[in-house]
Every structure is written in structure tokens, then in C-alpha cells.
Design a protein around this ligand. Structure first.
Ligand code: GLA
Length: 487
């Protein structure tokens, strides 16, 4: 959760802008709600290196902020962000060149990527004090590189940098889904936690202060937002620590209505997608701010299982019921999405959400009030989303005990299907296991340490057809898989 400079500032980003945005984030209630990263996207570096290959930045763009600091040192802005109790993020490319979006909003800059300098650059980012790095793919795509190979090398460089400085450098992969990163992103290079972009940009940047015809005509539509959600649905790759990234948020930007802001926030929250806000925070409306800081929506987003929702029904084309399995037994978050141009009335069938009988409680998140569980009909305005939390009783799951890390007898006939994996990991640190099914499913799962006899659980969403599963790693004990049929 945090803010990223690209959507609203593109290549004009500089120290003053970042300071203003960080200050807004720290004082408008977002920081208290959990937004913590301030990420400087492309445009911070113009491609210059010194004789030994170290990155050189423009000293006017990144001057000293405090007495005693040097102009042209990125440690200045990282320290400023830290002084507000926030974390700092930076950006590079996996190839030789960056994107630079020429001629959109900046000069054509070559050599703004890190290829050939992975160890040097990631160590530099960490030494400057950055806590997060987004790694783009323009140069990689131009050179026809393999994403799985390059990002694994980068993960290695990041881990080495972390060891040297003792500072965590969170890895954000930005490969736009072009080489199916949901297959190799989870656990890439042995990394325990990461996000990967699943599609292109929701919109090209809208830099209000440029006042040029190109930027002025850019408007965000419902189609932009909904398509980003659709292309981001890869639930079998997403488990605690590994998340599909649906792109930086466009809430509060030009073209967004209150209804669309609500739908956008609801979809990103129910998907446990990164909430990297891309608007100018100094111009954020009270409505957008209230949505971004809505505690109940954020609790859905921050659910420990971090799963994506399952589409359980589409009673009429464009009116969809999405349900997210949550870590608490019998709990689901429900998003009723109306992608049509007129209001819709929808009846929710609890059986389809894997619940037995009438649920105990139903909560309307946007209005902060309890609803009558006997009445399961919901009305949703055009291009809007109703967000709810339901608590009930799970229908019995089918248990599949594991023998030597293999679970047999699973056959997911309708999917995607919710399952829970029960394990013990007494190694003292997170272990990344590769999960493979005879059906072809292959993904990595990060299993957090457990103490003593404690049983750990992670939520999984299994695609249709999933059969016998093997979890490859000697250091954890897999107890069983509980498969929850929802139909
Ligand atoms: C790509 C990325 C964007 C942004 C720009 C910067 O388009 O997908 O998120 O980083 O590059 O040029």
C-alpha cells in the first residue's frame, strides 16, 4: 500500500513533488490506514553513469534537503520519506533501456535500465535507503529477453543487497503479463514475497500541470478499470506473500465518478491487489479519500490469506457476484459488480458461496451497517460495486491427508475452487515450496514459520481439473489439504 509518482507526474517527477506527496500521505489519514510506500517511478534518472558505472542523477532535480547533504544524492529523498515514518521506493528496468514514454512527457532517454549492473544498482538503491524497487520491462522486451531468467537474476541481486545492508528491498515486478509472470513470479529466485503486474497501464499518465492537448484529453473510463481487473485474475498463483498487481490506482483522477471510485477500490480490495495510489494526493477529494481509508474494505484487502475472489454467478450479462474466501472460517467478502449502464437488483445464493443455511451476519461495507440476512437481494447502481462481508457456516470440506508431501485423490471438477493447506514449518524462517499437480498446475507457495505443535494454514484457489498435488521441499511437513466445494 502506498503512492506511486507515475500516473500523475510521469517524467516531471522531482524532489519537491515527492516531498509534497509524501507529506500529504503522512497527514491525510492514509498513513494511519496503512499506506506506507512512497515510490518514485520513471523519470528520476536520465541514464548517466560515472567512470565505474555508478548511477549519476541530476542535482537540480534531487538537491540537498537538509544541511549537510550533497546535491544529487538520492539518499536525501529516501531520508526525507523515512523522516515522515514512511518507506521509500525507486524504479528501474530489467534491460539496458527504460521506457521513458517519449515523446509523451519527457526526453527520449536511453540506458536508464540496470542490465549489466544488477548487483551494483540494487546495492546502491539499498544503500541510498530505499525499501522497495519496481523493475520494468521496456528494455527487456526490446531485447527479447526472458522475464523468468532476468527477474530471477534480479531477485538474487536484491537478496545479496539485503544481506549487505540489512535493509529489506521489496521486489515489484512490472512485466505487464507479457510472459505470463503468474507462472514464474511466485517465489522467483527463491524470494518470499513479491508482486507482479498482470497487464499494461490502466491509462497513460495524466499530468495536470503540463496543460498540453495530449494530457488534457485523457479521461479514465469504467472500461479501463474493469479490464485491468479482468486481466489480473490469476487466482491459482496468489497466496500469502505473492500477489497479482492490477496496476497503480487511478482513483480520484480525471474521468472517475464516485461510483467508479467505489468499484475500483472494491475490486482492488477484494483481490488483495497492491493499493498503490497514482493520483495527486494534494487534490484528493474527501469521497476518494474516505474510500481509500475505509477500514472495513482495507480489512478485506489485508486478509491474511490474501486470495483473489471467485466469480460465483453472473445472473445477467455484466452483473457479477464475486466472493473472496477469507481466513476466518465461514467468512467471505462479496463484491457485486454492475458493469452495465443501468441499475441492477441481484439476489445472492449463499449455497454458491459454500455456506450452509442462512448466514449469521451480513455487513454493508460502504455504508457501514448490518443488513438483514433473511433478505439477500442487493441493488447496485450502474458501473458501481456493492461490497459486503458475510459470516456463516462453511459446508463440510473434503479432507485429503498428505503422505510424504503428496496429496492424492483430489479432483477439482468445477473450478476455481477454494482450498486450505495445513502444514508445519519449524525451520524458523519462511520456506518456499513448489506445488505441482498432475493436472499441470505449478506454483510456489511461501510457508511462514510455525512454533512447536502449531499448525499453519494458507489459502489456495485451485483451478478446475487440479488432481494429485506434490509440495516439493524437505523442510516442511504437509498435513492435509481441505477442499471446499462451493456449488
Ligand atoms: C511502463 C509501466 C508503468 C510506468 C511506465 C514508466 O509503462 O507499466 O507503470 O512505470 O512504464 O515509463
Amino acid at each position: 500500500m502506498g503512492w506511486n509518482s507515475w500516473n500523475s507526474f510521469a517524467n516531471i517527477v522531482n524532489s519537491q513533488i515527492v516531498q509534497q506527496q509524501a507529506k500529504a500521505l503522512a497527514s491525510n489519514g492514509m498513513k494511519e490506514a496503512g499506506y506506507e510506500y512512497v515510490v518514485i517511478d520513471e523519470g528520476w534518472w536520465l541514464g548517466e553513469r560515472d567512470g565505474v558505472g555508478n548511477i549519476v542523477v541530476n542535482s537540480k532535480q534531487w538537491p540537498a534537503i537538509q544541511p549537510g547533504q550533497k546535491d544529487g544524492d538520492m539518499a536525501n529523498i529516501a531520508a526525507y520519506i523515512h523522516s515522515l515514518g514512511l518507506k521509500a521506493g525507486i524504479y528501474t528496468d530489467a534491460g539496458h533501456d527504460g521506457c521513458s514514454m517519449y515523446p509523451d512527457s519527457g526526453p527520449k532517454l536511453l540506458n536508464t535500465g540496470s542490465e549489466g549492473h544488477y548487483d551494483q544498482d540494487f546495492l546502491q538503491f539499498s544503500r541510498w535507503g530505499f525499501d522497495y524497487v519496481k523493475v520494468d520491462w521496456c528494455g527487456g522486451a526490446k531485447e527479447g529477453l526472458s522475464g523468468a531468467v532476468q527477474y530471477a537474476q534480479i531477485a538474487g541481486a536484491i537478496q545479496r543487497a539485503e544481506k549487505t545492508t540489512g535493509r529489506k528491498l521489496y521486489f515489484s515486478i512490472c512485466e505487464w503479463g507479457s510472459q505470463n509472470p503468474w507462472y514464474w513470479g511466485p517465489g522467483v529466485g527463491g524470494i518470499e514475497s513479491t508482486i507482479w503486474r498482470t497487464g499494461g497501464d490502466i491509462i497513460p499518465p495524466v499530468v495536470e500541470s503540463l496543460h498540453d492537448a495530449e494530457h488534457d484529453k485523457r479521461l479514465i473510463t469504467a472500461k479501463n478499470v474493469f479490464e485491468s481487473f479482468d486481466t489480473g485474475m490469476h487466482p491459482e498463483a496468489q497466496h500469502t506473500g505473492y500477489y497479482n498487481d492490477l496496476d497503480m490506482m487511478v482513483m480520484g483522477m480525471r474521468g472517475m465518478t464516485n461510483a467508479l471510485d467505489r468499484a475500483h477500490m472494491g475490486l482492488w480490495a477484494i483481490s488483495s491487489a497492491p493499493l498503490m495510489v497514482g493520483c495527486d494526493l494534494t487534490r484528493l477529494s474527501p469521497v476518494s479519500l474516505a474510500l481509500l481509508t475505509n477500514r472495513e474494505a482495507l480489512a478485506i484487502h489485508n486478509d491474511p490469506y490474501g486470495l483473489q475472489p471467485i466469480k460465483v454467478e453472473e445472473p445477467t450479462p455484466g452483473v457479477q457476484i464475486w466472493a473472496k474466501p477469507m481466513a476466518l472460517a465461514g467468512r467471505r467478502a462479496i463484491g457485486v459488480l454492475n458493469r452495465t449502464g443501468s441499475a441492477a437488483q441481484v439476489k445472492i445464493n449463499w449455497e454458491k458461496l459454500g455456506l450452509k443455511g442462512t448466514p449469521k451476519s451480513l455487513r454493508d461495507v460502504w455504508n457501514g451497517k448490518d443488513l438483514d440476512t433473511a433478505d439477500s437481494s442487493v441493488s447496485v447502481a450502474a458501473n458501481d460495486l456493492a461490497l459486503m462481508i458475510v459470516d456463516g457456516e462453511d459446508k463440510p470440506a473434503s479432507d485429503h491427508p498428505a503422505s510424504q508431501s503428496t496429496v492424492k485423490g483430489v479432483h477439482v471438477r468445477s473450478g476455481p475452487t477454494y482450498a486450505r493447506l495445513l502444514y508445519s514449518n519449524t525451520s524458523g524462517s519462511t520456506v518456499v515450496v513448489r506445488a505441482k499437480s498432475t493436472s499441470g498446475l505449478s506454483t510456489s507457495i511461501a510457508l511462514a514459520p510455525t512454533a512447536g505443535l502449531e499448525i499453519g494454514t494458507v489459502g489456495l484457489i485451485l483451478p478446475r481439473g487440479t488432481a494429485d498435488l506434490t509440495f516439493e521441499d524437505g523442510h516442511v511437513v504437509i498435513h492435509k489439504l481441505e477442499v471446499h466445494g462451493w456449488e
